[in-house]
Design a protein around this ligand. Structure first.
Ligand code: SAH
Ligand code: SF4
Ligand code: F3S
Length: 477
């Protein structure tokens, strides 16, 4: 796989040919006619990151354009689609188990169509394995075939068993139908792929080269969302800081233009790579009132030696300097991060550097992972892979440190009043509303559905494990 790293000259930001998109719309309308009145339904199971969650919203949009309705459970569905992740082995194993468990359902209901797509399916060898191991899987396609789903579904419904995984081609499909999950806060993808090749990571191999959507397309999408009542948007990319849109629009400029859209109250973005976090971006965060004071800035390790092996291209000191600059420019900013423990060759001393960083950097949350060997990446070939028991032990120690920091960080909110954008009501207790502070802290408070979509002032009274608890303050105006 390594050869891809030298193969970055693919045409930047190329669009999927219009004929292909039209063929998709035509296939969808043929299916809609054919399935009319049959009451067929679909169920999508999504693994992995926000990128995949958003892709699933597009897959749902395409299924609806083909005339299928959403099913509440797998058992009731006529089409079951697994949108997969392969960033760690655990996600792959879980998927294999869950697909395997469908055999019984398929035996009882032969008309059921089982599809597997997403990052895991984009690996040709894995797609082959799935195809051979699960004869009852009808359709397998990769991340670059997402827009071809209606055509593939049509063929699968005609009884053809298909596995379609294209070479990386770096094309952007615009205008696909989207069926969105949450009315208040929405994801908008601004770029696809990744060129960073962190030595442990499979994402560049399964998501292709970095390509940015045209700024006008992004802004038009956000304007339409605002018209539909959306209040918060999260701009998505594997490394949003390297967004490079047509006409020289970079990420800070995109934020500025997004900030002008009426109706959007809050702007978030994810993820930022520390090596590309520019003073211009810090300045934009400081000066644009709608941009929330929160940044997810994965550090991965506190050891310079490991960071270098990981090909992260910054040092611990660079990272701490960035965090300090962010805190100086954006008062109250919360920084969240990701850590990997047990990277090949990580010594106890290296690990202690991560532990110290977790204690010192004041993270308001950290996602922690045991290093998982991904075939084809550089790190998979490194000597000194760390034994599972050592990884487990380090993960536990790091999690304890992170939990302590989180508790202390949450305590400082108690007694303060904050603005909460209400996203919904607790499923188990409809009398509890929830939403986030600008700093990304989740707050629960007594309140009803009528508050959804509104920004209300909440007095924070106590903390729970991962969130804050409060009560409505007297509302201004
Ligand atoms: N593009 C984002 C996130 C990518 S995946 C970024 O660069 O931050 C999300 C997280 O999964 C990463 O930040 C990393 O901490 C973790 N991750 C990626 N590959 C991994 C692997 N092979 N083993 C364990 N964790 C991994
Ligand atoms: Fe993976 Fe690194 Fe790209 Fe993030 S920046 S997706 S961790 S290669
Ligand atoms: Fe996301 Fe997993 Fe793919 S983290 S990009 S769904 S490999």
């Amino acid at each position: 796989m390594h050869k891809l790293e030298n193969d970055l000259e693919l045409k930047k930001n190329a669009a999927v040919p219009e004929e292909e998109l039209r063929a998709g719309r035509e296939a969808a309308s043929r299916l809609r006619e054919r399935l009319c009145g049959r009451g067929l339904s679909y169920f999508i199971e999504t693994y992995g990151c926000q990128m995949n969650e958003h892709d699933s919203e597009k897959l749902a949009g395409m299924l609806q354009s083909c005339g299928l309705a959403k099913a509440e459970t797998k058992i009731g569905a006529d089409v079951i689609l697994f949108n997969t992740c392969c960033v760690r082995e655990h996600a792959e194993k879980r998927l294999m188990g869950n697909v395997g468990a469908l055999k019984k359902l398929k035996d009882e209901k032969p008309g059921l169509l089982v599809c597997v797509c997403g990052c895991m399916a984009q690996q040709k060898d894995v797609a082959d394995k799935l195809y051979r191991r699960f004869p009852f899987v009808d359709l397998i396609f990769g991340t670059h075939e997402l827009h071809l789903f209606p055509q593939l579904l049509e063929q699968a419904m005609e009884g053809r068993r298909l596995a379609r995984v294209r070479e990386l081609d770096g094309e952007i499909a615009e205008g696909l139908p989207v069926s969105r999950n949450n009315g208040v806060s929405q994801f908008v993808t601004i770029m696809y792929g990744c060129d960073n090749f962190c030595s442990y990571c499979i994402v560049p191999y399964v998501r292709g080269r970095e390509r940015s959507r045209e700024p006008e397309r992004i802004l038009a999408e956000i304007r339409a969302l605002a018209k539909d009542g959306v209040k918060e948007i999260t701009l998505l990319g594997q490394n949003v800081n390297s967004y490079q849109g047509d006409g020289g629009v970079d990420f800070p400029e995109l934020l500025r233009r997004t900030g002008k859209i009426e109706g959007i109250a809050r702007i978030r973005f994810m993820t930022s790579h520390p090596k590309d976090l520019s003073p211009r971006l810090i300045e934009a965060m400081a000066s644009l009132p709608k941009v929330c004071p929160h940044i997810h800035l994965p550090v991965q390790s506190g050891s310079d030696r490991v960071l270098c092996l990981m090909n992260r291209r910054y040092t611990r000191a660079d990272y701490l300097a960035l965090a300090a600059a962010l805190r100086a420019a954006v008062p109250g900013i919360e920084i969240t991060t990701d850590f990997i423990v047990g990277f090949p060759g990580e010594t106890e001393e290296d690990f202690l550097d991560s532990l110290r960083l977790a204690r010192e950097a004041g993270f308001s949350a950290a996602y922690t992972f045991k290093y998982s060997k991904r075939s084809g990446t550089r790190a998979a070939g490194m000597e000194e892979q760390i034994p599972e028991q050592v990884k487990k032990d380090r993960l536990k120690r790091l999690n304890d440190a992170v939990a302590e920091g989180l508790r202390a960080g949450n305590e400082k909110y108690v007694g303060r009043t904050g603005e909460v954008l209400v996203e919904g009501c607790d499923r188990r207790n409809a009398a509890m509303a929830f939403g986030k502070l600008p700093s990304f802290k989740m707050v629960y408070f007594p309140g009803g559905e009528s508050l959804i979509g509104r920004t209300v002032r909440v007095n924070i009274t106590k903390t729970s494990v991962n969130s804050l608890i409060g009560e409505l303050a007297d509302q201004k105006g």
